[in-house]
Design a protein around this ligand. Sequence first.
Ligand code: IVH
Length: 670
Amino acid sequence: MEKARKRAEELRRELERHEHLYYVLDAPEVSDAEYDALMRELRELEAKHPEIVTAESPTQRVGGKPAEGFEKRQHSRAMLSLDNAYNEAELREWDRRVRELAGDAAVKYVAELKLDGLSLALTYETGSLKSGVTRGDGQTGEDVTSNVRTIKSVPLSVSAERLKKAGVAAEFEVRGEVVMPLSAFERLNEEREREGLAAAVNPRNAAAGTLRTLEPKIVATRRLDFYAYFLLEKGEYFKAGQEATLEKLAALGFKVNPHRVCVESVDALLKFIEKAENEREGLGYEIDGVVIKVDAQATQQRLGYTGRAPRWAIAYKFAARAGETTVREITVQVGRTGKLTPVAELEPVFIGGTTVSRATLHNADFIERLGLRPGDVVKVERGGDVIPKVVEVLKKGGAKKAFVFPSSCPECGSHVVRAEGEVDFRCPNAACQAKLRESLLHFGSRGVMNIEGLGEAVVAQLLEKGLVKSPAELYGLKVEELAALERFGEKSATALIDEIERSKKAGLARVLMGLGVRFVGERTAQLLAEEFGDIDALSAATAEELERVNEVGPKVAAAVIEFFAEPGNQKLVAALRKAGVEMTAEKKVRTEQLAGLTFVLTGTLPTMTREEAKERIESAGGKCAGSVSKKTSYVVAGEDAGSKLEKARELGVKVIDEDGLREMLKAGNS
Ligand code: IVH
């Protein structure tokens, strides 16, 4: 046991070091596989010896029980907002005021990027992360600790050594910004689109929504990032000033944004602002300006606060990347799932480096809310790589009649339906060509079956000629058939056939994505594939078996079951099989995570029956006993637990609830 504990400590230090190198410094020393191997060793060790698990272990980032709601927490000191400057004149005016109020003191500024996320306060006690609280109304925020723990750039603990070196007490608070990197945002939206859900509007909303998600394991998949900018002790800002604060934060292991300057003049500030605006597109996350702070704490104190903002800081806001243009017409697109999305066809307009000619209008309600008619002049905004959106009607005077959402599918003419309580209209026709076209494009797309060359033009011709009626029929295509298509020759036809052939080996996870099971994105598909190993096992799985998989909850489980229950989908799977598409994956062997442990069940568990719990403990290598003794490893207590619970307390046996048991059952399943 001591040996295990020591090894676990070693592994944790090693993993923390690699996480810091990877997520904070962006300078990894080992490959992902090497990191995974260390993590696996630690997980296995901890599963074998649950008593050595610590809250700060890197395995415990996703460990806290899913909150049922978020508790309110008072901030140690108010989290204020910032006043804004929108141009050079306003910035100069602010600088003049600062110098006036600063008196004799020389003024130095620190300019940082204004990250477009949401602010968060982290408190550490004895060096360990105790809470993560959102800004809320500035006085009180929401305790989202279990979600914050999943953010890899947030240290779960800061070693005594680092604290000592930095001269920081073990009780401290860090404030900073949580952002969703653009790559994560795009991935999220691709996933949402595949699942037939509305796209998140921008990375900030997506980050805010993610932090308020009740499932930490979902939060963990979103790859949020945290940049620190304030350090507080006992509710007071760190004395040495802003630049020194940022250096301290970095020394403690926090991620500090590298784009910043410490300067003395407004001219130098303006130079930094210009540079930031130029580099904005390539940062990989959204910024909406530059925050300028007076460096010296004594001067900060002298300047003080207005009602809602410090006088010693200001946000220089970039002009929004927006443009004005006319809506030529409103068209309606049919997606893979049959969802109808209205689209504004625009007079092309140049916004922030790209020409925008189309913008999504989301749904019929959105058009109505805007009061938009074809011919109106609108304001279009775009942020990062986000889909451009119409935000406002600037000038009416377009068509006399309001846009009427079509009652039939623009592609196949079927009468469209709108399910009760839903905003979207759908085409119910399973044979709708638009659905088929979108399904084929999705099937072949990068990250799915990855069939290079299966683009829009080819798919359109395949449909027109009636060569393909389902993704499975792609595998029956012949070189001659393709060679006869427009802009195709023998060589390109052979290349595409080769690509299609190659895709047969893409594996179960890719096939699952290709099939377009609702709510099953890249990661979930991977986890399902590894758990079940082949499509037959997966399609026969019960909800309970599905939910045993990490990150799979009742919603995903129900969607998987619904998918395989549908005869059309069964036919598609059979046809893919017949075509020779491999639908297997390497199964991850489960470790006997409960080997050597004895459990006693008592009381009524919230969702598992006694039999179920017993079966699952035993299939994970554990034992169940009828009475509590010193040999009992855990008592699993539910409602109305009686004498066994008392006995456990008497003997000092660990007591867990159903959630705790579920976590232990999952521990070996990563
Ligand atoms: S300082 C009172 N620094 O901008 C101090 N804020 O518009 C205010 N923000 O609520 C925070 N990047 O969420 C600071 N480098 C940065 C920032 C930053 C983004 C956000 C923060 C704040 C909002 C104010």
